[in-house]
Design a protein around this ligand. Structure first.
Ligand SMILES: Cc1cc2nc3c(=O)[nH]c(=O)nc-3n(C[C@H](O)[C@H](O)[C@H](O)COP(=O)(O)O)c2cc1C
Ligand code: SF4
Length: 375
């Protein structure tokens, strides 16, 4: 049997195979961020199709962190019953589920649609001059968001999730703090690498105070901004952040990139979307492997069994994460386990996400169904 179908551990949790459904926003929540039947059924489908660990789409920890009108939320106790139905459905099919918790910071674009000002880590000179409708966070704002992450994680455990994942990637708030290109604060939250990583470490500590001692704390970490070495988070800094998070009790790191637009342009030779090649963040996973001993996952362009098997068999990572392939083919993992060997059909065109002017999205594969093989 392929190593991809052997169980593995994420802290106290044993997952049935090495496949993770990486966090994927589906635009299915109501105006208050509550999940309903469609979200529950989506997770049930993934679990019944043998995904080892499902990570929910990102959920905002405070109203100021909201990116879309139909984004999941976890800022209130009345979110818990909907999520309880979701975790029960996943567990009934033998799977496990983590919730990804997030704050959008400057990327909390739903605030702008609602006529409010998103919070930024620091204002650029240009934003100051133009008065761009964003507000620099005060120390109180930052401390209150740190506390929001902790309270949200408490709700995650109460709702029956198996783990919590901090969204520390893709240019959202944690990434914004880590990046010297975005964080130009001169107080205790900005400046040196140590000061820029203070926010994510405080978030991890706050979560620890609100969950049981051995509740698995994980992060999707943008380990690098892919800017020039002199600007933005470098991989050398990313590996130091990973090591510091391990000391705070993080038991699993899913390696991803920081600032999305810049990373994609750099990695795909100027295009706006992620590169089509497989495992496009492999060098970053190798670097993180060298600096921590926590369980590791890798996301980004994984499509074929030989590539994923080599990643796990070589010990580079413990798990492989898929997002878009499971939008197109939610039953992929099960088919692979049953012996199918063909690669995921997803062609990485990035056509699945479409959002309207009100901040509501429709997510499904927009590529035509494959032409059936001739009889
Ligand atoms: C529709 C859509 C929604 C996504 N939502 C999230 C999200 O909520 N949180 C997150 O960390 N990444 C999100 N991502 C990024 C994916 O998790 C993943 O990192 C990226 O698509 C690369 O992996 P892939 O090549 O397997 O798709 C999303 C991607 C897509 C296509
Ligand atoms: S729309 Fe494109 S990126 Fe999205 S699942 Fe389909 S093939 Fe993959």
């Amino acid at each position: 049997m392929s190593i991809l179908f052997e169980p593995t551990r994420i802290g106290r949790l044993e997952i049935r195979n090495r496949f993770i459904r990486s966090a994927t926003y589906y635009g299915l929540a109501d105006v208050a961020g509550r999940v309903g039947d469609e979200s529950v059924e989506l997770m049930r489908t993934l679990s019944s199709n043998e995904v080892g660990l499902i990570v929910t789409g990102y959920a905002f920890v405070s109203q100021t962190g909201r990116c879309f009108a139909d984004m999941n939320g976890i800022d209130r106790d009345d979110h818990i019953p909907g999520y309880r139905r979701m975790t029960d459905a996943v567990h009934a099919c033998g799977g496990h589920i983590a919730m990804q918790i997030a704050h959008g910071g400057a990327a909390a674009t739903q605030l702008r649609r609602d006529g409010k000002e998103p919070l930024v880590v620091s204002l650029t000179d240009r934003q100051r001059e133009r008065g761009e409708g964003v507000r620099e966070m005060s120390n109180e704002d930052i401390e209150s968001i740190v506390a929001d992450f902790g309270r949200a994680a408490g709700r995650v455990e109460e709702a029956g999730f198996d783990a919590v994942q901090i969204h520390g990637a893709h240019g959202y708030l944690v990434s914004q703090f880590l990046s010297s290109a975005r964080n130009q604060r001169s107080d205790r939250w900005g400046g040196s690498t140590e000061k820029r990583m203070r926010f994510v470490l405080e978030v991890a500590r706050s979560i620890r105070q609100h969950v049981s001692d051995d509740f698995p704390l994980t992060i999707k970490l943008g380990c690098r901004d892919y800017l020039d070495e002199s600007d933005g988070l470098t991989i050398g800094e990313g590996t130091r952040v990973a090591a510091a998070l391990e000391r705070e009790g993080v038991c699993f790191i899913e390696v991803s990139h920081g600032d999305t637009g810049r990373a994609f342009r750099k990695l795909s030779g100027g295009k706006k979307t992620a590169p089509v090649r497989e495992a496009y963040l492999l060098p970053d996973a190798k670097a993180v492997r060298g600096s921590t001993s926590v369980a590791l996952g890798l996301v980004g362009g994984l499509r074929s069994l030989p590539v994923m098997e080599a990643l796990v068999a070589s010990g580079t990572v413990d798990c492989v994460s898929l997002s878009r392939p499971l939008i197109r083919e939610p039953d992929l993992v099960k088919r692979w386990r049953e012996g199918e060997t063909k690669s995921a059909e997803c062609v990485s065109c990035w056509g699945c996400l479409k959002t309207d002017g009100d901040g509501r999205s429709s997510i499904h594969c927009r590529q035509p169904a494959p032409v059936p093989a001739p009889l």
